[in-house]
Design a protein around this ligand. Structure first.
Ligand code: NDP
Length: 306
């Protein structure tokens, strides 16, 4: 069995060593243009040429959870596409989102500013009942985030395509319940996949429906958000702030207004990183399962786009 590794922006040596150790029966090679065709591919942001030269691939493993960029390429139609299923990302995402929610709720930035000015000032405590959090996307990451938020006793709403039942989470589903979900939420967390249906979903109309002084946390993809609409709602005061980890163009261009905006906190697409060892173990296990003719979790539905 031959595996071709083609991950742009990733140091290949430790991945190749890890995949070879986990799959000693396989021949694992770093892809070069013109390389002999492989049976399976491990990829991140490969060029179209990679797939054009490998029409026989049986399976394609993404080393991330989001496959929006991968699905924009022409893939071999018979190939099973598999994305990472948690692989250590869910707990990271829960840490990041809970941190952002609590930083906003507890006014920790306000305290930090006070302290930097030598001020020992108390602010009136806020009530968490006044800060319902809405999690868009109740998949692998969204469920973990929603569950973590319930541990801090925030009221939590969740929105997904199909109905979900989670303890402590008020479930909404489908477009018909989107407005009610937004109107019930003050802090909005986006963990949707980027698809035809969800691109631009964080826009003037939807964000205006959040409770007054809303707060936006986008940790999914930059193209979910209409940047100018967010800026307008922050400047009008309808939104109190935003924490953004993902952007339409990455790295975020230095001239972009998000860099300097006083109500926006940005991080460089780091909320949930791919953990190499865990990911290799997961990919190896799933590849072997596919070879045995078994179904695997994390298989991407190409029609749905996630
Ligand atoms: P999943 O596929 O497990 O979950 C997706 C969720 O979104 C599901 O609950 C799904 O509903 C819901 N959904 C999809 N389309 C719609 C729609 N049209 N309307 C309503 N709900 C919808 O994905 P993950 O949780 O693993 O990952 C989510 C995203 O997070 C990734 O696609 C990626 O873009 C992003 N990400 C960002 C990272 C970062 O570092 N910033 C790291 C990793 C991922 P249903 O359950 O009904 O199918």
């Amino acid at each position: 069995m031959k595996i071709s590794f083609c991950c742009t922006g990733t140091e290949p040596t430790p991945w190749l060593a890890g995949l070879r150790a986990a799959l000693p029966q396989a021949q694992v090679e770093l892809w070069q243009p013109g390389a002999a065709p492989a049976d399976y591919a491990v990829v991140w942001a490969p060029p179209q040429q990679f797939f054009d030269q490998q029409p026989q691939l049986k399976g394609v493993f993404a080393i991330g959870a989001g496959v929006d960029a991968l699905l924009r390429l022409r893939l071999p139609p018979q190939a099973t596409v598999v994305r990472l299923d948690d692989a250590g990302m869910a707990v990271q995402m829960a840490e990041y989102v809970c941190h952002a929610v609590i930083r906003h709720f507890r006014e920790l930035d306000v305290y930090a500013a006070d302290i930097s000015h030598g001020q020992w000032t108390f602010h009136k405590p806020r009530h968490r009942a006044d800060f319902p959090v809405g999690v868009m996307g109740l998949g692998v990451l969204g469920q973990r985030v929603a569950q973590a938020l319930t541990q801090f006793e925030f009221p939590v709403n969740g929105w997904s395509r199909s109905p979900k039942v989670m303890p402590g989470v008020r479930g909404f589903n489908g477009r018909a319940q989107l407005d009610a979900f937004l109107a019930s939420s003050r802090i909005l967390v986006n963990l949707l996949p980027l698809t035809f249906d969800t691109q631009g979903i964080l826009n003037r109309d939807t964000l205006s429906r959040l409770q007054p002084s809303g707060y936006v946390i986008n940790v999914a993809r930059g193209a979910h958000l209409v940047d100018d609409d967010l800026l307008a709602l922050l400047d009008s005061g309808h939104l109190a702030g935003a924490t953004l980890d993902v952007f339409r163009t990455e790295p975020l261009p230095l001239k972009h207004p998000f860099w300097q905006h006083p109500k926006i906190t940005i991080t460089p697409h780091t909320s949930a990183r791919t953990l190499r060892e865990t990911s290799i173990a997961q990919i190896a296990g799933k590849l072997e399962a596919l070879e045995r003719g078994e179904t695997v979790v994390g298989r991407v539905d190409l029609e749905r786009g996630y």
